[in-house]
Design a protein around this ligand. Structure first.
Ligand SMILES: [Zn+2]
Length: 293
């Protein structure tokens, strides 16, 4: 892959191979907040279990800070999109109805999901996957600053659960699950690598997946009411190749962060050619940029 090919020490590519080059045109960064509408549990490491602790702690990083792993967010959004777009199949021929791909992610390499997230089978990669999902850290409501280690207990609760014995009516198998409390907020960041103009369709697909996630759940025990989330304070930051070369500013849309995912889809659909105050288009991957070598 060739980045910023305006320097002299990068070898020239022969004319006839130019059409096949994979060139990064820029990055679009989606920033915002994941706000918990119900308590969330994303499993941590049980080896940290202490006497008197919980059976099932939430995940924390090496410094003890609470976060939602990028892999959890990405994997959940991907699996929801795969159910909508039919890459998840059940084999009707077998009695046991095991899904054809055993419930694994799509590996075709061709579909939008594979182009966005990368095929499950890395041999089928055609172009580099477009999306990078960062770990989302717990932040304070007032100023979106990281919640420090000594403040973390304010954001945690221990939820007891058990099973009711059907005959005796008594509680069995009590267990204690640690949850991050309702109302907590995590700052998230998603990076889209842009290779061609049509990649905006892939960004729209990802945002569709975020809408699906708002009506689903993140983390464990969703069917028991855990992990309902809402995306808030969303904005798209466009950083074209020229920004990294020092020749352009980033462009942020909308002007005021929004809680509305449809507004972001609308920006990608309709507002791309609008000019900002500095006479920049948000989406500047037009034909000239695509030919700009
Ligand atoms: Zn696929």
């Amino acid at each position: 892959m060739v980045f910023g090919d305006n320097t002299n020490n990068i070898p020239k590519v022969s004319e006839d191979s130019q059409d096949n080059r994979i060139l990064l045109k820029g990055k679009v960064i989606l920033e915002g907040i994941v706000e918990l509408q119900t308590g969330i549990h994303i499993g941590g490491n049980k080896e940290t279990l202490k006497i008197g602790g919980t059976d099932n702690p939430v995940i924390k990083d090496a410094n003890g800070l609470i976060y939602i792993p990028g892999s959890s967010l990405k994997g959940k959004i991907r699996s929801l999109l795969e159910k909508v777009y039919g890459t998840y199949k059940i084999d009707n021929d077998t009695k046991n109805r095991i899904p054809k791909n055993n419930g694994e992610p799509c590996e075709c390499g061709q579909c939008d999901i594979c182009q966005l997230f990368g095929p499950h089978n890395s041999n089928n990669i055609i172009k580099p996957p477009r999306v990078v999902v960062r770990d989302a850290y717990l932040v304070k409501k007032e100023n979106n600053e990281l919640v420090k280690l000594k403040e973390i207990n304010d954001y945690l609760e221990i939820k007891p659960e058990n099973m009711i014995d059907r005959l005796k009516g008594t509680a069995k198998h009590p267990r204690f699950t640690e949850r991050v409390v309702k109302g907590s907020r995590f700052k998230f960041e998603v990076v889209f690598n842009i290779y061609e103009k049509n990649d905006k369709e892939l960004i729209k697909k990802f945002i569709e997946g975020m809408k699906l996630l708002e009506d689903d759940y993140l983390g464990g025990s969703g069917s028991r009411g855990y992990g309902k989330i809402k995306f808030k304070e969303l904005k798209l930051i466009n950083r074209p190749k020229k920004y990294y070369e020092g020749n352009a500013n980033e462009i942020i849309m909308p002007n005021k962060p929004t809680d509305n995912l449809d507004e972001l889809i609308k920006i990608l659909d309709n507002d791309l050619d609008k000019k900002d105050d500095n006479d920049n288009n948000f989406w500047i991957y037009d034909q000239n940029d695509l030919n700009d070598n």
